[in-house]
Design a protein around this ligand. Structure first.
Ligand code: NAD
Ligand code: DAU
Length: 348
């Protein structure tokens, strides 16, 4: 059986990727490597934790000694690297954590794979973001040849790690692939991100903090469709290549929040228009990118991927998941979350 390390497997997207590989690929032994930061949660993987082809290793990817030990103890065939500091707002208040995990951690992992892993036949896959391309105006889409132009410390750190990954391919012939994806939505997302944060606040009748005028645009993709793209790219992508992944599903933030309010009113048995009254325009995010949109035609044409879940359907399922998993939502919003919320949103 081939050992595949998936980093960040206890996080939002990582847990979907781990579940997909564990259930669909008995030929792989999946080693989920995660430091369990505030964003990592093993409850996300309760249903597969006893699978015979699954193992969890608590490890910080910035700890080179521990990473090297893991890779020298077990023959690692491939790495799917998702572990990261992922929230733009946190990167604005604390950029160093982003440099450490996203840049230094990525290089440490590649060094370990290069030295001890199956760098001849295996693969190092860096899961990245469309934010590396910067921001769009009203028209156009990001393609794989759009020049990098990151604006936030988060996107600068992801752009930097993308460059290191590509440099390792050129310099050491490390077999790598990179994908750059748009905004994901779905179950198990930490409620610092727009959709679960708004669901939580609507539920508790708290203000809904919309940045600026709410006119910024994001392209939303069902997280399972991202996980399926990652599976296809890992198995069939071409070494040295980059693939864009997107939902072809652009929403202005304010329209998305209003739609969420309408659905939540219905689901919570509230009078129509009740939740929308909670919308509060707050000071904009610094350096807020206006619009992201993805041209995913390379992935569609070369590997036959396309999104499978219509937004209405996926959004409805997502809202139901957070309402049905009250214990999960209340647990992750207790403790340190209230300090985070205070520091980010009070007096904003
Ligand atoms: P997340 O914040 O939900 O999860 C990140 C995971 O990484 C957590 O489990 C955390 O414990 C772990 N982690 C953080 N620092 C670590 C360290 N030093 N060592 C080991 N583990 C560590 O993130 P996500 O939203 O699931 O994003 C996963 C990846 O996908 C990231 O690389 C992100 O840049 C990328 N991405 C995210 C989106 C999105 O919409 N969320 C879109 C495109 C790309
Ligand atoms: O595009 C891919 C990226 O999408 C990923 O690389 C990031 O890891 C992921 O966090 C996400 O980044 P965004 O900054 O786009 O996501 P976020 O959910 O933080 O914000 C979405 C939009 O909503 C953005 O325009 C800011 C706005 N927003 C966000 C929050 C948390 C608000 O108006 N109010 C809020 O409280």
């Amino acid at each position: 059986m081939k050992n595949i390390v998936i980093t960040g497997g206890a996080g939002f997207i990582g847990s979907h990727v781990v579940r997909r590989f564990v259930t669909l690929h008995p030929e792989f032994h999946i080693i989920n490597v995660d430091a369990l930061t505030y964003a990592g949660n093993l409850e996300n993987l309760k249903d597969i934790e006893t699978a015979s082809n699954y193992e969890f290793v608590k490890l910080d990817i910035t700890d080179a000694e521990a990473v090297n030990k893991l890779f020298s103890d077990k023959k690692i065939h491939g790495v799917i690297h998702l572990a990261a500091e992922s929230h733009v707002d946190r990167s604005i208040t604390n950029p160093i954590d982003f440099v450490m995990t996203n840049v230094v951690g990525t290089v440490i992992l590649m060094n370990a794979f290069k030295t001890y892993g199956d760098a001849e036949n295996g693969r190092f896959y860096h899961v990245s973001t469309d934010e590396v391309y910067g921001t769009l105006g009203d028209d156009g889409k990001f393609t794989e040849s759009t020049p990098y132009d990151p604006n936030s410390p988060y996107s600068a750190s992801k752009a930097s790690s993308d460059h290191f990954v590509r440099a390792y391919h050129e310099t050491y012939k490390l077999p790598i692939v990179i994908s750059n994806c748009s905004n994901n939505y779905g179950s198990h997302q930490f409620p610092e991100k727009l959709i679960p944060l708004m669901i939580h606040n609507i539920k508790h009748n708290k203000p809904l903090p919309v940045y600026g005028k709410g006119e910024n645009i994001r392209d939303w993709l069902w997280v399972e469709d991202h996980a399926r793209a990652i599976e296809m790219i890992y198995l069939n992508g071409k070494n040295g290549e980059t693939y864009n992944i997107g939902g072809n599903n652009e929403w202005r933030n304010i329209d998305l929040v209003k739609k969420l309010c309408e659905i939540m009113d219905r689901k919570l048995g509230r009078e129509a228009g009740t939740s929308a009254q909670l919308i509060t325009y707050v000071t904009d995010r610094k350096g807020h990118d206006f619009r992201y949109a993805i041209d995913a035609s390379k992935l569609e044409n070369e590997l036959g991927w396309s999104p499978t879940v219509a937004f209405d359907q996926g959004f409805d399922k997502t809202i139901d998941w957070y309402l049905e998993n009250e214990v999960w939502l209340e647990r992750v919003t207790s403790g340190a979350y209230s300090d985070y919320y205070q520091s980010m949103y009070s007096n904003r």
